[in-house]
Design a protein around this ligand. Structure first.
Ligand code: FA5
Length: 356
């Protein structure tokens, strides 16, 4: 073995020992430079290679390379350990023990007493409960944009320009794009169009969200309110499925003994269309002021998806059928909480809100 090869082996042992002795990043950088840097003893060995025979040069060259490779690997491992140790020490130094603050003897008590804690707004918790009920029934939850184009809010829903049914929704238009083309959605039905356009069939989804109408606020109307839409598209879906889902939802959401009924109605995007009513949750069907003594409360609209809507989104109405429904979340919260005036939901009066 050449002297150079022997020296390289010795430098390996010495280098490993020195690297292992580094106890912080700063000392490590110095040691690493000494062991592997341009001015290190290992680098100096290369200058002696030219004095050797080819055979000796190969042997010595291999020994130098093996030493360098092992030291480089070891220095990377030690560096990573030191970086991690440094990070942990820094975290420990910056950690703030809040329990010490709570135990502080002087000054006002800083420990959280639980008093004044907020909770979800009545409309938010109603929406959460609705989502939970539909998810338990096998539906997924989808969302869509609140600013829509005329196409999604009206045209794809079987309401071409100047269709009289557009008058059912007093619309707020935005000064964006072509005049009259961009608007705040008047219902959650445009989300149906987005879902169907995606082409991912079958669909079993509910779509909650905020809606906007040029409605004057009164006891039963807000200009900004919430709806939840339901959409099922699959092969062989019938009106019986629609009635069954509404009835199952009514029992699951309002509780046992609560039922639903459908009455003929009109929506341009469903045919046939219906309004659905549920047993009045205030009087359990016995008759009260809220339900005008009928025992029933109207919740929303529904129907079988119109074939024209399927055509607008590229679904073959000969192969697929489906149903949709939609109702107001604020209106539902109003009925369940027996609120005479829906505007109370927007007053931000903590005395009112904390009751729910
Ligand atoms: C619709 O908006 C249809 N898109 C519902 C639908 C979906 C029908 C799918 C068929 C198939 P309508 O305009 O009736 O329908 O509104 C539905 C519900 O939204 C109403 O029953 C009411 O609960 C609620 N709602 C409507 N306007 C307001 C408002 N200004 N303030 C609060 N709630 C409202």
């Amino acid at each position: 073995m050449t002297d150079i090869a022997t020296t390289a082996r010795n430098l390996l042992d010495a280098g490993l020992g020195r690297l292992a002795s580094a106890d912080d990043l700063e000392s490590f950088e110095v040691i690493q430079r000494d062991v592997l840097g341009k001015k290190s003893a290992l680098a100096a060995l290369n200058t002696h290679l030219r004095d050797l025979t080819p055979e000796q040069r190969r042997e010595a060259g291999e020994a130098i390379k093996a030493t360098r490779d092992t030291l480089t690997e070891e220095s990377a491992r030690i560096r990573a350990l030191l970086v991690e140790r440094h990070r942990r020490e820094q975290l420990a130094a910056e950690r703030m023990d809040l329990s010490e603050l709570a135990a502080a003897p002087a000054g006002p008590p800083l420990a959280w007493s639980g008093r004044g804690a907020g909770h979800s707004h009545l409309v938010t918790s109603t929406r959460d409960e609705l989502e939970d009920t539909f998810v338990a029934m096998g539906f997924t939850v989808a969302e869509g944009p609140e600013a829509e184009t005329d196409w999604y809010n009206f045209e794809a829903l079987n309401m071409p320009p100047d269709h009289p049914a557009r008058g059912m929704w007093d619309t707020l238009y935005l000064r964006l794009g072509q005049p009259g083309q961009v608007l705040l959605r008047t219902h959650t039905s445009p989300v149906q169009v987005h879902l169907m356009e995606s082409g991912m069939l079958p669909i079993y989804a509910v779509m909650p969200g905020r809606c906007y109408r040029r409605d004057t606020p009164d006891a039963r109307h807000l200009p900004v309110f919430h709806q939840i839409e339901g959409l099922v598209v699959d092969r062989g879906i019938t009106f019986g499925d629609l009635a069954g889902v509404i009835e199952a939802f009514t029992g699951a959401f309002f509780g046992p003994g609560m039922h639903s009924r459908l009455r003929p109605s009109f929506f341009p995007f469903t045919e046939p269309s219906a309004e659905f009513e549920v047993t009045c949750p205030i009087c359990a069907g016995g008759g009260c002021r809220t339900c005008s003594n009928s025992g029933w409360i109207e919740l929303g609209g529904c129907g079988m998806v119109d074939p024209n809507v399927f055509r607008a989104v590229g679904i073959d109405p000969e192969e697929y059928s489906g149903f949709a429904f939609g109702f107001g979340i604020d209106r539902l919260a109003q009925v369940r909480a027996s609120l005479s005036d829906m505007r109370a939901l927007l007053d931000n009066d903590v005395r009112f809100l904390s009751q729910f």
